[in-house]
Ligand binder design. Structure first.
Ligand SMILES: Nc1ncnc2c1ncn2[C@@H]1O[C@H](COP(=O)(O)OP(=O)(O)OP(=O)(O)O)[C@@H](O)[C@H]1O
Ligand SMILES: CC(C)(CO)[C@@H](O)C(=O)[O-]
Ligand code: BAL
Length: 277
């Protein structure tokens, strides 16, 4: 049975009664198959999975979609029950931020200043602040995050190491539609025409990953995006596997962000670079 709790006191009572490892999946709701995969992977690891559902105001910029972000709690609870979550924690704003917006927040450092951090000032500070709080409130031993938000995952890993939070972080590969589109709660904003344009992101990454020399990777991916008038490119970048410098040989990451209509989408893939003979 899935227990649904809304306040930190209710959560504490449920956790007091639990024995064994606590596995946590954090979400902003509007659950889709990507979230369900995270819960399933967590369930394979631990019988006691806590899913959090909270649209965190702190990680949205003033011109972003906080107000219109989809809120579908009843369907989300059904999905959590179907996946066998032990607890769903769906707090209100005051339960997460009892004193109002915190005056002390996380500094994501240099890794948080590039890519998404450059496009969404304040986003990663707000994200890390809530993740740190939720790790503590849920008493997480292990927490699962999707590779779709690759920089977020890298920053959370970094925070856990740098601040010695003593939580294991597990990354889960991106779940895609059959045609390649990465599942995202924001996909539901897309009109049918925009959804076709949105395919340019995953197609660009796939075309880029065919190549093994950095210039060729970026040229192939960039051409797909340039040829899609419905997608306005924010960035297309090749990095090392941990978002550092591009290696001359071996694993790397290709990341993209673009606006399709009013919707901002991101995606990424792993890629293997080979030194030319
Ligand atoms: N397609 C996916 N595959 C695997 N994990 C995913 C996928 N989409 C989201 N996740 C993961 O689910 C967790 C919660 O993400 P979130 O609720 O923001 O969903 P989202 O679909 O990424 O929404 P948004 O459209 O807001 O980016 C994060 O760890 C995120 O990386
Ligand atoms: C990790 C997270 C739940 C923090 O609000 C959010 O950034 C998300 O859903 O990826
Ligand atoms: N999925 C990452 C959360 C955000 O875009 O705010």
């Amino acid at each position: 049975m899935t227990q649904v709790v809304h306040t930190r006191d209710e959560l504490a009572a449920v956790l007091d009664a639990a024995g064994g490892e606590i596995a946590v999946v954090m979400t902003m709701g509007a659950l889709h198959e990507g979230h369900r995969r995270l819960i399933r992977v967590a369930r394979e690891r631990s019988p006691f999975v806590v899913v959090t559902i909270f649209v965190n105001p702190l990680q949205f910029g003033p011109a972003e979609d906080f107000e219109k972000y989809p809120r579908t709690l009843d369907e989300d609870l059904e999905a959590c029950r179907a996946e066998g979550a032990a607890v769903v924690f769906a707090p209100g704003r005051d339960d997460v931020y009892p004193g109002g917006a915190p005056s002390i927040t996380m500094n994501p450092g240099p890794l948080g200043a590039i890519l998404e951090g450059a496009s969404r000032p304040g986003h990663f500070s707000g994200m890390l602040t809530v993740v740190e709080k939720l790790l503590r409130l849920t008493r997480a031993d292990v927490a699962f995050f999707g590779e779709k938000d690759f920089q977020q995952l890298a920053l959370i890993r970094r925070m856990v190491v740098d601040l010695e939070l003593g939580v294991e972080i597990v990354g889960v590969p991106t779940v895609r539609e059959d045609d390649g589109l990465a599942l995202s709660s924001r996909n539901r904003y897309l009109s049918p025409t925009e959804r076709i344009s949105a395919l340019a992101l995953s197609r660009a990454l796939r075309e880029g990953a065919v190549h093994s020399e950095p210039k060729a990777v970026l040229a192939a991916a960039g051409k797909i995006l340039a040829d899609e008038p419905g997608a306005r490119l924010d960035y297309l970048e090749l990095t090392g596997p941990d978002l550092g410098a591009v290696p001359t040989d071996g694993p790397a990451r290709l990341l993209v962000a673009a606006r399709v209509g009013a919707t901002r989408l991101i995606d990424n893939v792993s890629i293997v670079l080979r030194k030319e003979a």
